[in-house]
Design a protein around this ligand. Structure first.
Ligand SMILES: [Zn+2]
Length: 386
């Protein structure tokens, strides 16, 4: 964040150490995940297995070594760690497995709908055809729906650090996969180096083709980046948007327009976007009337889970029901899926589950964990006590 992360807190808590969502994360309430990078959901053991299969040398050969390597210092270092670890993902089978694995994690956390990101420009630059990446992720979503009852849609991430021509190619492929679950496009990478205005044309092509826009903005760059995302890219949703608090008029506009911000507390603290969880901008955003969904961003690299980020948001004054409803207001899926999500939220006993108005993370005295039943494709998501 404009160099502000240097020298401050790093993710010393073993990034990637979690073998699975901890028992404490088991979901007492339904959640929606709108901002997660699939490449950063791969646990070290799986990453090593894929690297061996693809004959790719990672910076470490053991899980512990990989976890040590992933302790990033700041945003630029995080990007370097990302590139050196995710380079193991090369083939359709790899991307497919990544989605199915993560769907299992989501189901365990009471999340049955996610809009996930992936960055196909990077494998493309290493020689993986666009089609292999899109097929892998979209095929994985089909299996995830059947096996875990989790619906995953995609907003592939245009990497700012690549030429704009690559962004236009990405949009072309995203449009071809609209019927396979691609609902929008995102913009990621070095926000502080490449402003949104550079990507006006690919976002216009996406919009003309019926895709929605959810760029990263207001994370490592300030209000000007958010302004560009809104005015030039016509963002329907903002990934982060947290630095809009530096411009009260901009924050008020985001609230008035009902633009949902996908806020990721753990990631923001680890990357220095917020100096600490206590000083996170979320309460100011909520007070201004901004709708904030809560997400995990890069769960394994950040050693977090969706549930832990939701607990962090509750500690900052959000409510489980508010998180669900704000996210529901921002989803890009078809009307029938959105209606199913709405019914899930409406049927859940938020008050009885002890998560209405609570300022503390759901925990002791908390309700039984829930589980969903239904066929996942057309059946209802039903929350039942275990
Ligand atoms: Zn992100």
């Amino acid at each position: 964040m404009n160099g502000g992360a240097a020298g401050r807190r790093v993710n010393g808590a073993a990034a990637g150490a979690s073998p699975a969502p901890a028992a404490a994360d088991a979901a007492p309430y339904p959640r929606i995940e709108l901002h997660v990078h699939l490449e950063a959901t791969v646990r070290p053991a799986r990453l090593l297995e894929i690297a061996r299969r693809n004959d790719v040398r990672l910076p470490a050969r053991t899980e512990a070594g990989l976890i040590r390597f992933c302790r990033f210092r700041d945003f630029d270092h995080f990007i370097r760690v990302w590139i050196k670890t995710t380079r193991a993902l090369r083939h359709e089978r790899d991307f497919h497995e990544v989605v199915v694995d993560y769907a299992a994690d989501l189901a365990a956390q009471g999340c049955f709908y996610a809009e996930a990101l992936f960055s196909p420009s990077e494998p493309m630059a290493r020689g993986t055809p666009w089609e292999e990446t899109f097929e892998g992720y979209c095929g994985g979503a089909d299996e995830a729906r059947e096996v875990h009852g989790v619906d995953i849609r995609f907003t592939p991430d245009i990497t700012r650090d690549f030429p704009v021509a690559a962004a236009e190619d990405l949009v072309g492929w995203a449009l071809q996969y609209r019927e396979r679950g691609v609902v929008g496009v995102s913009l990621g990478g070095s926000e502080h180096r490449y402003p949104p205005e550079l990507f006006a044309r690919p976002f216009a092509l996406a919009r003309e083709g019926g895709l929605r826009a959810a760029p990263h903005a207001g994370e490592v760059a300030g209000p000007a980046s958010v302004r560009g995302a809104l005015d030039v890219l016509h963002a329907d949703r903002l990934r982060h948007g947290v630095r809009a608090v530096e411009d009260p008029a901009l924050l008020a506009e985001i609230a008035a327009r009902g633009i949902v911000c996908d806020v990721t507390p753990t990631s923001n603290v680890l990357l220095g976007v917020a100096p600490s969880l206590a000083a996170h901008p979320l309460p100011r955003m909520l007070a201004a009337g901004v709708k904030c969904s809560i997400s995990s961003d890069d769960p394994v690299l950040m050693d977090t889970t969706l549930s832990r980020d939701c607990a962090a948001a509750v500690s900052l004054g959000h409510t489980p029901r508010g998180m669900f409803e704000h996210a529901l207001g921002g989803v890009f899926c078809d009307a029938a899926t959105k209606a199913r999500l709405r019914r899930l939220g409406a049927a859940f006993d938020w008050e009885g589950a002890g998560c209405e108005g609570s300022r503390s993370p759901a925990g002791g005295g908390a309700p039984e964990a829930g589980e969903r039943v239904g066929d996942g494709l057309t059946g209802e998501w039903v929350w039942k006590p275990r």
